[in-house]
Structures are given as C-alpha cells and as structure tokens.
Write a protein that binds this ligand. Structure first.
Ligand SMILES: [Zn+2]
Length: 210
C-alpha cells in the first residue's frame, strides 16, 4: 500500500525498534515506509537521523535508481535484524548472541564518523560540547545511522523488555520502559482501543446471550 498519505509510526520507545516498525499494518493493509528511495529519505528525515543539508546533497547527487537500491539494502538489513530480535526478545542477551551480529559489525566498519567541539552559550555562559558528525559521501552512507541504531539497541536495551504488541494482527515491536513492565500495546490509539472495543463487544454479546 502507498505510504505517502500515512505518517510513519514512532511508538517503540527505542529508535532501533522504530526502524523495524517502518513496515507495519496500521489499518488493514501493510505499509512499508521505506519501499523506495524517496520513502527512505523521508523516513530518515522524520526520524531525525540525517541532517537536512546532507539529505538535500544526497538527493541532488544520487540517481533515483541508486536511492532505490539503498532502500532495498535498508529493507534487507531491517528484515535480517528483525529475525535477530524476534528470536531473542523477552530474555537478556548472552555472549554467544554476538556471533550472529557479524554482518552488523561489518557494516559499522564502513562508518565515517568524526567528533567536533562546538561552543554553546546559555544565559551568558559559554560551554563546549562534543558533537558526533558523519561524512555523507554517497547514498550508501544513509545506511550508517540505521546500523548505529541497531547496534545501540543491542548494547543499550534490556532485551527482557523488548516486546511485540499483543494486537492480533499487529507486527509492531517496542521496548517496555514502564515501571511495572506492564505495557501490552504498541499504542492505545492503534491497538489498545481496538482491544477495548473488542472486549466491550464480547461483554455485550455475553449479556445478550446470558
Ligand atoms: Zn499494536
């Protein structure tokens, strides 16, 4: 289904999982927000992962066939990593899980990040901050922030609380950061309400029949 009229979903509370959720079934049909190069650029902009100037430069330099090819690479990265998460969510990662992350480490090796000291002034006082930047040499460099998100998910997220939404036809994943780890839905707006309505209908049916 065409992704254009539908805003992408950022409800995972973990950017790496938001990337996995860039394909979803918000209503009846599956929507893939990175199904082509233009979609990938739009999704990266909405996720705030690539500076607007870098996106504009890449859009000006790359052909649409090149951008489509990068979007295809992003989709295979996403689906490969989905397999990793699906197999391990609900438990903490162990040392041997690292073996399967070889392809991600290979991708990270190509990253061209560099640091920069910038000054910021607030209330008359100047402080220096360390900023991470990245060289955006080609369309393929658009894969780098995605690889970083996935690496950070593995390193910083407790997989014990990585969950799949309980909505029967929902494929969304999220990190449950609630206090009692009681989160069950991608969002109240999408699946929580659907579940409430279904429960309400079931109660009505029981009352009628009973
Ligand atoms: Zn859901």
């Amino acid at each position: 289904m065409d992704y254009h009229p539908i805003p992408p979903i950022f409800v995972a509370d973990a950017p790496g999982l938001d990337f996995l959720n860039s394909v979803a079934t918000p209503v009846d049909e599956e929507v893939d927000w990175i199904s082509d190069g233009a979609g990938l650029l739009a999704w990266l902009a909405q996720a705030g992962l690539v500076p607007p100037a870098a996106l504009a430069a890449i859009r000006a330099q790359a052909t649409s066939a090149e951008l489509d090819a990068v979007a295809a690479q992003a989709r295979s990265l996403r689906e490969w990593f989905r397999g990793f998460v699906q197999k391990r969510k609900g438990r903490s990662l162990s040392a041997k899980d690292l073996r399967e992350l070889g392809p991600l480490n290979q991708l990270l090796e190509r990253d061209e990040q560099f640091g920069e000291i910038v000054a910021s002034t607030a209330e008359g006082a100047t402080s220096f901050e360390f900023h991470a930047n990245r060289r955006w040499k080609s369309a393929e460099s658009l894969l780098m922030p995605l690889a970083e998100l996935l690496a950070r998910l593995v390193c910083e997220e407790d997989f014990t609380y990585v969950k799949a939404c309980e909505g029967p036809r929902c494929t969304l994943l999220f990190a449950d950061h609630t206090r009692g780890h009681a989160r069950r839905w991608c969002s109240m707006a999408i699946c929580g309400n659907r579940a409430k309505v279904a429960a309400h209908r079931a109660r009505l049916r029981e009352q009628k029949n009973g």
